[in-house]
Design a protein around this ligand. Structure first.
Ligand SMILES: [Zn+2]
Length: 266
């Protein structure tokens, strides 16, 4: 049997259409722990969500972290089930969800049914790049994968106004990475593992840009052609992971979590 087998299936090797709720809960809890382990959490704020199958009335439903838990405290069984109207359908921890988190994540899940996972962070590096007009530059291999694939959404205040959802969706369009200006970043993944992969690589891109531009030397950005070629290479690699269901990087992350922060799957 493979490690991390749920109901006879590996969570990481199950395609989105076949994801069952147990597998989603497992991988989503792992995503919270991984983001925490990488130092990319923000106290009890920001969120990672996973789309569930539609409810009996066709309403969109998704899993979100319970308000008040740190990312390193989230477990598979404490995740909250919520619908697109904000109705809390199941809340084992009993603390509800953060209102701003609901606004942002419900907007994307209502519009982007290809996104199994929506991952939002406030890292110092991500907020820093979101706060400059030039945004993310093609300065290195990590950032090249995002060439031509980044959306930007202007800051309107803490996202408590549901009216902002239409502008979030409009700005995101069909892209999978969005800088929320002066605020943070948001990524969409076809699987939870893919969202984590994009978030980690985006974070590295931001850190590398800050480091490169802080030396007082002359930046050497990639040409459009090379950046576009590299983005295509990454896209092919990511498509192959989805097609094959073989995601060794995610399995490696799960083994890391087993050693560093066990108990997330409970
Ligand atoms: Zn935020």
């Amino acid at each position: 049997m493979k490690p991390h087998s749920i109901g006879g299936q590996s969570a990481a090797t199950t395609s989105p259409a076949e994801y069952d709720e147990a597998a989603l809960r497992h991988d989503l809890a792992a995503a919270y722990r991984m983001i925490a382990l990488m130092g990319m959490d923000d106290s009890i704020y920001t969120h990672i969500s996973a789309r569930l199958a539609d409810g009996p009335d066709g309403q969109k439903r998704f899993l979100l972290n319970p308000f008040g838990l740190r990312f390193d405290e989230v477990t598979a069984s404490t995740l909250v089930t919520i619908d697109e109207l904000g109705n809390v359908l199941d809340d084992p921890y009993g603390a509800g969800v953060n209102a701003a988190g609901f606004t942002i994540h419900s907007a994307v899940h209502m519009a982007r049914h290809d996104a199994t996972c929506v991952l939002h962070t406030h890292t110092v590096a991500g907020v820093a790049i979101s706060s400059v007009k030039e945004g993310l530059l093609p300065l290195n291999q990590w950032s090249a994968q995002f060439h031509g694939a980044i959306a930007y959404h202007d800051y309107e205040g803490i996202a408590l106004d549901l009216d902002e959802r239409s502008r979030i969706v409009s700005d995101l369009g069909a892209k999978n990475v969005m800088f929320l200006r002066n605020h943070g970043v948001l990524v969409c993944g076809r699987t939870i593992a893919e969202a984590v992969r994009l978030a980690l690589n985006l974070e590295r891109s931001c850190k590398a840009q800050i480091a490169a531009l802080s030396m007082g030397l002359t930046p050497a950005p990639l040409s459009d052609n090379v950046a576009a070629h590299t983005a295509g290479q990454y896209a092919s690699s990511y498509d192959e992971i989805i097609r094959s269901g073989n995601d060794p990087e995610w399995m490696a992350m799960l083994r890391l979590l087993d050693g560093k922060t066990p108990g997330y799957a409970a």
